[in-house]
Design a protein around this ligand. Structure first.
Ligand SMILES: C[S@@+](CC[C@H](N)C(=O)[O-])C[C@H]1O[C@@H](n2cnc3c(N)ncnc32)[C@H](O)[C@@H]1O
Length: 278
């Protein structure tokens, strides 16, 4: 396990995933019923964009940094809310303004959206990242951090007693069998908890991604994609988020937000939304 999300925090892939995550959380917390959230691959929780890791790739510059500097006029509401969540996290570390210095990982975004009585379990397998995650939420009883295999957690924790849930599955795709493991675990999760909302991130870089999307088809996901242009070979140029059982109005919100994001992330950036056949 060599992957460290600190190299990639705030990049275009995080922008897509976290924009969608914020909107899913918002829509799922409008109902006055308790929600369970499971983050199977949680990472460290929060990231310093000035760290040597982040500076080594500079990926946040073409992601959250560019977006945070975009004009507010005409900005879709979902993007405004996502940027507000990022800024709120950044403000914990000093006065707001200028370039974002810290970037919230998925557990921080989930935590910010939780209401009293909602439940959140964040799994992270890597010992150092899990320790960082535990430190990030030390003393916070609303967040249960487990140093555990997130795929096994799908089986162990679903269905939740709340009967309403959001599951984020965001693996590092280091292992050659990641797609297979993910499909197997997701299948088990959906079998146990068919009405849950699942958001699954994956890289779009070769035939494996197309095969994976085809394998997901029976679950009727809404698929959001973001494609960059002019990326040097070997670096990630496109990614997707497959959302199974999205809440009402999610597709509409993404339909407004994604073209705007694409237009403001740089020339040639392309977003697509693919809805399952009715
Ligand atoms: C892409 S990062 C997660 C980023 C995070 N979800 C976010 O959006 O801020 C993937 C993480 O999964 C962890 N990981 C790898 N295999 C895992 C497994 N089987 N169970 C839980 N975590 C795992 C890696 O250590 C890494 O921190």
């Amino acid at each position: 396990m060599n992957y460290r999300h600190g190299y990639h925090a705030g990049n275009f892939a995080d922008v897509l995933k976290h924009l969608a995550l914020c909107e899913l959380l918002r829509l799922l917390t409008t109902k006055d019923k308790k929600l369970f959230v499971l983050d199977t691959h949680a990472g460290a929780g929060g990231y310093d964009l000035g760290s040597s890791l982040a500076r080594r790739t500079g990926e946040a510059e073409a992601g959250i940094v560019r977006l945070a500097a975009a004009p507010r006029a005409g900005m879709p509401a979902a993007v405004v809310r996502y940027l507000a969540a990022v800024a709120a996290y950044d403000r914990k570390f000093g006065p707001a303004g200028g370039k974002p210095r810290r970037y919230p990982g998925s557990p921080r975004l989930v935590r910010a959206a939780l209401r009293a009585g909602d439940r959140f379990v964040a799994c992270e397998l890597h010992p150092e990242e899990a320790l960082a995650l535990k430190r990030e939420f030390a003393g916070d009883r609303a967040v249960e951090v487990r140093q555990a295999d997130g795929y096994k957690a799908l089986k162990a924790l679903l269905p939740p007693v709340e009967r309403r849930g959001l599951v984020l599955i965001d693996p590092p795709f280091e292992a050659t069998d990641e797609y297979e493991r993910l499909l197997r675990a997701l299948g088990q999760g959906v079998k146990r908890f068919a009405t849950g909302c699942y958001a699954v991130w994956y890289p779009v870089k070769d035939d494996a991604a197309a095969t994976f999307a085809a394998d997901l088809a029976s679950l009727k996901p809404l698929i959001l994609e973001l494609h960059l242009q002019g990326i040097e070979p070997g670096r990630l140029a496109a990614c997707a988020l497959a959302v199974i059982n999205p809440p009402w109005r999610f597709e509409e919100a993404m339909g407004e937000a994604l073209p705007w994001i694409a237009a403001h992330l740089g020339p040639g950036v392309r977003a697509t939304i693919c809805a399952p056949p009715a």
